[in-house]
Design a protein around this ligand. Structure first.
Ligand SMILES: [Cu+2]
Length: 320
């Protein structure tokens, strides 16, 4: 059980004081027990959000009608509670609390986090009405359902351009100030087909960074205020504290991620903001390579640019 259960008596007291001192203004974190509350505006039901889930995920109310939920965000990135009718807390910052009121029918309602990828990562829940029949579990999943239908190509889509697969030239010098600007933008991925992507410097994959062993790389990561989401970067080549350089930054923020290239090789770098696989699949991945300083002997490895694991070092020489 969650450790906070043992502190229920204490947190209930804190909650009572907090309610007395701070109304539900949507910006104040209240120390309330998940699941507590009756659902009125004055006493909302508390649904705690974390990275990546809700607690509780199943809520039962006494009767159909308006219900207010309060969502303290205890995660490191924004979350929300959204219902199918569009009722939503809106994006709630870490350490803040959002509220939403929804008219719950007798059949109940699902809710989820509408931040891209969070629903798929498990941020879903359900409000049911006491005594009402429970929804039938989905027995079939995606198996046996109708196949995906490819939409018609858009004749007005911007032109499709191939990403150059060549390794770039070595960056000159020994200390490299490198700007990585996160751009949430549409990209034409095939003639006539445009998708919304998240990118490093506007391309999918992002730019390949190529330097020599021993060089210092000082990445200036920028998340412009015009973006919607928190993002981050994680260089598998680096040996840094994950809770320092690799932390997420919100729109309007920037940070410096500095390290030394200690080993020759080719490594993935990617956005590590939760859910990381969603950020990677949406375009935020690329490669960095560190070339040996001196002449090297080619190994018997068949593919020096091995991408099998995304983290393996090149055992031979870098491409000429
Ligand atoms: Cu990202």
């Amino acid at each position: 059980m969650h450790a906070s259960r043992r502190l229920q008596a204490i947190t209930t007291t804190v909650f009572a004081v907090a309610v007395a001192m701070a109304p539900w203004m949507g910006s104040t974190m209240l120390a309330a027990e998940p699941g507590s509350g009756t659902g009125t505006e004055a006493d909302p039901i508390v649904v705690r959000a974390f990275d990546l889930g809700f607690e509780p995920t199943k809520i039962e109310v006494a009767a159909a009608g308006p219900v207010t939920l309060a969502m303290p965000n205890e995660g490191a990135i924004q979350h929300d509670i959204t219902f199918a009718g569009g009722e939503t807390t809106g994006p709630v910052d870490p350490a803040a609390t959002g509220t939403v009121t929804v008219d719950v029918p007798a059949a109940g309602l699902d809710f989820w986090c509408a931040i891209p990828g969070h629903k798929e990562a498990g941020m879903v829940g359900h409000v049911s009405v006491a005594g009402a029949p429970q929804p039938t579990p989905d027995a079939g999943g995606d198996q046996g359902g109708p196949g995906a239908v490819l939409p018609d190509p858009d004749p007005n889509a911007p032109a499709y351009t191939l990403f150059p697969a060549e390794a770039p030239a070595l960056l000159p010098g020994e200390v490299h100030d490198y700007a990585l600007v996160i751009q949430e933008k549409t990209v034409t991925v095939a003639p006539g087909y445009v998708i919304a992507t998240w990118t490093f410097n506007g391309t999918v994959p992002g730019p390949t960074i190529r330097v020599k062993v021993g060089d210092t790389i000082r990445v200036h990561l920028v998340n412009p205020a015009s973006n919607q989401l928190a993002h981050s970067v994680d260089f598998h080549a680096s040996q840094v504290a994950w809770n320092d350089e690799m932390t997420s930054i919100n729109p309007g923020e920037e940070k410096i991620y500095e390290w030394q290239a200690d080993y020759a090789g080719v490594w993935m770098y990617h956005c590590g903001t939760a859910p990381a696989l969603h950020h990677i699949a949406n375009g935020m991945t690329a490669w960095s390579s560190w070339s040996p300083r001196t002449a090297c002997r080619r190994s018997t490895a068949s593919s020096p640019w091995s991408r099998a694991s995304g983290t393996s070092a090149v055992r031979g020489c870098p491409p000429a």
